[in-house]
Design a protein around this ligand. Structure first.
Ligand code: DON
Length: 309
């Protein structure tokens, strides 16, 4: 089937119906207490084709907490810095451990396995922080540029909740600092990281913001080349192998797309040269990924016949 002839809107409607039995099987994140208060029955999904068509359903326009999906945008931002070798400080391998695990970091001498686990994201944030007077603003501006939506802002209530319960992130940053792999003052890095995770966005905006990964680095919203085609290819490879933490293998098996999840319940996925798709549903599986969201993406690639494989 050529993807011009696919009835995306009809497929989204079928998905909305078919995911209904999966609500109530997962659980909102509660280690960041305000995330537990989001109604568990929320569901939105948005598809954006590279020729500019957009399809959406449910709560696709509603804002939610971006959480770890921000790690994708900070990585894109840092790879856009011309003189920056991040790969001496962060690996490119799946971790096989939870996103906030400390164990591996100790025996691998403070070098996180990849940029999408919390430790790796903290290093990326440290890199942005050491190059900017206002790193938080720089990260938000970058996301606003890519999503084309100046309304995407930090939710201060979520940021405070992150800050007040950020014990593991503080432990990760301290451990890495002891190995010399955090260069800025730890409280600064943590504050920027908590704020990037507390950005709000919608499925529609996420699908727009990741377009450079489907379009060889070009963002039609920013009106510019954000990354080289080669960097876009590399990020997609990292998403496929590391984007869903210790559930990445079964997600690739079920869905077949590079993707990034967040504990706010969002997942964004990319089919290079074709489309991007974002889904939001706050109840998570035991790996911290949206349970209904993963199911919806599996239905999407099955029904459309589109995946990278
Ligand atoms: O740092 C944390 O633990 C959260 N702010 C983000 C974690 C997250 O979203 C993991 N994703 N599935």
């Amino acid at each position: 089937m050529s993807n011009e002839s696919i009835d995306y809107q009809g497929i989204l409607e079928e998905i909305l119906e078919e995911v209904q039995p999966f609500f109530g099987k997962g659980k909102n994140a509660d280690y960041i207490p305000v995330l537990a208060e989001v109604p568990g029955d929320k569901f939105g999904m948005a598809v954006r084709t590279i020729d500019g068509r957009e399809f959406s359903i449910g709560d696709a326009k509603e804002s939610f907490s971006i959480q770890s999906i921000s790690k994708l945008f900070t990585l894109m931002q840092v790879l856009g810095f011309s003189d920056c070798d991040i790969w001496s400080r962060v690996g490119r391998e799946p971790s096989g451990t939870a996103f906030n695990s400390l164990v591996q970091l100790e025996y691998e001498k403070g070098i996180p396995r990849n940029p999408f686990i919390n430790a790796g994201a903290l290093v990326i944030t440290d890199i942005i922080n050491s190059r900017s007077a206002d790193a938080s603003r720089r990260i938000d501006d970058y996301y606003r540029l890519l999503s084309g939506n100046p309304q995407n802002r930090v939710d201060e209530v979520v940021a405070t909740s992150e800050r007040n319960h950020g014990f593991r992130n503080a432990a990760l940053a301290n451990l890495m600092c002891s190995f010399g792999n955090i260069h800025s003052p730890i409280p600064e890095v943590l504050e920027v990281y908590f704020r990037q995770c507390a950005l709000t966005t919608s499925c529609i905006d996420l699908a727009r913001a990741v377009l450079p990964l489907a379009c060889a680095g070009y963002s039609s919203f920013a009106g510019q080349q954000i990354l080289s085609a080669r960097e876009a290819k590399r990020i997609n490879a990292l998403l496929l192998t590391c984007g869903l933490y210790d559930a990445v293998g079964s997600f690739a098996y079920r869905v077949g797309l590079p993707a990034k999840s967040g504990v706010g319940g969002g997942i964004v996925a990319v089919l290079p040269q074709h489309l991007t798709v974002a889904v939001w549903s706050p109840e998570l599986d035991r790996y911290g990924n949206s349970l209904v969201g993963a199911q919806a993406l599996e239905l999407f690639t099955t029904k459309t016949g589109l995946s990278i494989f």
